[in-house]
Design a protein around this ligand. Structure first.
Ligand code: GUN
Length: 292
């Protein structure tokens, strides 16, 4: 059984990116810039945003952070997005989700200039991804594809079963892997909370992607021998033995499923570091596209 070590792959990719950022600085006097916007005090979001900024520093990407309390008005947020859209130092804008109840998430995401939408959440980029046109791919699905490819796991012609249909993971991942392109060309099945006989379908997977957001969604009786398993879940479960009082687990019963799988991604250290790396990739791409 092979561990799909996202941390190691992400670290290697970031080394390459660091060199690329250095080259852009020297050749074009260009420093890629990312703005990260956080509203509210969701602990997971705070931790994600910290990770994103740290990763920017690591590869030499300039970053700005905007942190507001949970009551921050939508109108002000829209004004900030507008200002960032016009700021030439900023090539990528990321508004951390979820946003507080009183803010219309769609309205904010749609306000981001698609050419700075490094999350790949704007409908223009979602549409481009769907038809296989150039644009920003959303970071988690793109990171999952890279995690598989860089572990020499063939995707072409394989039956990929995705459990979860979110706009951030399940749906865009299906779109990316079904494309008529190298590194894709998969047969994709998407399952969700209303799927009947889930285990019967997951047992048919050559590659099983767990993106349901619930611990133990995938148990050993749901996978066939030799399956490749990618665990996208990031769930906090109480653990008094930890200093923080919790530990992170995925959507897969790792201990048992790993005995049947031919390869499996751990949580943490699997998909998470890949997501951030693809965000850096998109930010660098966006900066390059600004050279005219
Ligand atoms: N919340 C959870 N995942 C993501 C992500 O990839 N991007 C943003 N902006 N918010 C998130």
């Amino acid at each position: 059984m092979k561990i799909l070590d996202g941390k190691a792959i992400a670290s290697k990719m970031r080394e390459e990116m660091k060199a690329e950022v250095e080259r852009l600085k020297n050749m074009h006097n260009l420093v890629p810039g990312l703005a990260v916007v956080l509203v509210g005090d969701n602990p997971a979001s705070i931790s994600y945003v910290r990770g994103k900024r740290k990763a920017c520093d690591e590869v030499g990407i300039y970053s700005e952070e905007y942190k507001f309390d949970a009551e921050y008005p939508e109108e002000k947020l829209l004004r900030l997005v507008d200002k960032l859209n016009k700021n030439p130092k900023i090539h990528g804008i990321l508004v951390q989700l979820p946003l507080p109840e009183h803010i219309n998430e769609e309205k904010v995401l749609y306000a981001i200039d698609p050419s700075k939408d490094v999350d790949g959440f704007h409908p223009v980029n979602v549409g481009r991804m769907m038809i296989g046109a150039p644009g920003f791919l959303s970071c988690t699905p793109h990171g999952i594809q890279q995690l598989l490819l860089r572990n020499n796991i063939e995707i072409e012609g394989k039956h990929v079963v995705i459990v979860g249909r979110s706009n951030i993971v399940g749906k865009p991942l299906a779109m990316i892997l079904v494309q008529k392109k190298p590194g894709a060309n998969a047969t994709v099945t998407m399952c969700h909370t209303r799927t009947k006989n889930l285990a019967e379908i997951t047992k048919q997977a050559d590659i099983l992607i767990a993106a349901a957001g619930r611990p133990n969604t995938i148990t050993e009786n749901m996978v066939k021998e030799g399956t490749v398993v990618v665990d996208v879940g990031v769930n906090r479960v109480k653990d008094p033995s930890k200093k923080s009082g919790y530990r992170l687990v995925g959507d897969v019963d790792f201990e048992r499923v790993s005995k049947k799988a031919s390869a499996i991604s751990p949580v943490p250290g699997g998909v998470g570091p890949m997501t951030i790396t693809m965000l850096l990739h998109n930010t660098i791409q966006s900066a390059k596209l600004s050279i005219r």
